[in-house]
Design a binder for this molecule. Structure first.
Ligand code: ZN
Ligand code: ZN
Length: 345
């Protein structure tokens, strides 16, 4: 808490009004952050919510105020000085209402709480581990369903059902099942397309457990794949290995991204790697730090990131393999344990 107060001082603010659900959950642990805010002042952090959550005091790790509309207005009216708001999250209309309620100086801020979230505590890592372990069981279940004639969306639905049944709060994102030519779309939604023998099938899935996400991708061959796609797989695998070998604190995301791109370049495939190498994972499935050509920030122990090289050949198909990784003091620990070698199912 002292850390948060020091933060206000650094920012030159008297208070910070936190509305982004992931940030509200981070600061309070409250499991319904979409319907709550955190007000950070010189006196401490308070969770603000409404009478739909009478148990807020028990469910929140910080003092909670369950307020009716008039009570909330009165509380905001008492604010003084410079009050920060999350410019990347608060809608303009909501800011207008706040300005009417509390005629203080509302100051736009960016990424304040997100920066605190970059390095995970052991408890946070534990939640991500749990989400990942469950997702791996779901992937194993899905593998048993892959056969010619099955629709992509049937597989995706099974994954979703498996995760929910296994205790997940939800899916981290709608599972991606992309087969054959659809594998060339990096973010293909599972469709009505049926799997065909000889195709590659990409499955990208994650679970959400206690607010925290996991994220992992595997690409399998349904029977015998073409030699072209096998070569693509090997190139992606090589890029992944180079990235994992070189990922450690002190490096920048940009450096590791470049190494993966170079590895694909040796196979003439770098121009088909159309997205970043990776992203942070935590209370959001996509958060900082980024592993991309633009990521200048230095990686630190405690960060959790994906490493996900992919090659997408329009009209032909695609391969992506994605690992989930914890940065440790001197290297990395793989949080995803599912085998990543070429596999024909
Ligand atoms: Zn993914
Ligand atoms: Zn990812």
């Amino acid at each position: 808490m002292q850390e948060l107060q020091a933060l206000l001082e650094t920012l030159g603010l008297d208070a910070l009004y936190v509305t982004r659900p992931e940030n509200v959950r981070y600061l309070s642990g409250f499991p319904h952050p979409e319907d709550a805010q955190v007000l950070l002042t010189g006196e401490g952090a308070f969770l603000l919510t409404d009478p739909r959550y009478p148990e807020a005091e028990r469910e929140s790790g910080i003092p909670a105020k369950v307020l009716r509309r008039e009570e909330r207005e009165a509380l905001l009216k008492d604010l003084r000085g410079r009050v920060g708001f999350e410019a990347e999250h608060l809608p303009y209309a909501a800011l207008e209402r706040l300005r009417e309620m509390a005629p203080v100086e509302w100051v736009p801020t960016k990424g304040v709480i997100e920066r605190l979230r970059l390095r995970k505590t052991p408890e946070e890592v534990e939640r991500i581990r749990k989400a990942q372990a469950l997702a791996e069981k779901a992937l194993e279940h899905a593998l048993g369903l892959l056969r010619p004639g099955v629709e992509e969306r049937e597989v995706a639905l099974e994954v979703e059902f498996f995760l929910r049944k296994g205790g997940a709060e939800g899916v981290a994102f709608p599972p991606i099942v992309a087969s054959g030519v659809r594998g060339a779309l990096p973010h293909a939604r599972a469709s009505e397309k049926r799997l065909v023998a000889g195709e590659m099938v990409t499955l990208d899935l994650g679970a959400k457990v206690a607010g925290y996400h996991s994220d992992m991708t595997r690409t399998f061959a349904l029977g015998k794949a073409s030699s072209e796609m096998r070569r693509v797989y090997e190139a992606v695998q090589a890029a992944l290995e180079v990235a994992l070998e070189n990922l450690r604190p002190g490096r920048t995301g940009k450096e590791v991204d470049a190494l993966a791109r170079e590895a694909l370049g040796r196979h003439g495939l770098d121009r088909h790697f159309v997205h970043s190498l990776g992203h942070g994972v935590g209370l959001s499935v996509h958060e900082g730090p980024s592993l991309s050509p633009y990521a200048e920030e230095v990686l630190e122990p405690g960060m959790v990131v994906t490493v996900e090289p992919g090659v997408y050949l329009p009209g032909v198909g695609g391969v992506r393999v994605e690992e989930l990784v914890l940065l440790t003091e001197d290297g990395i620990e793989l949080l995803s344990r599912f085998p990543r070698g070429y596999l024909e199912v």
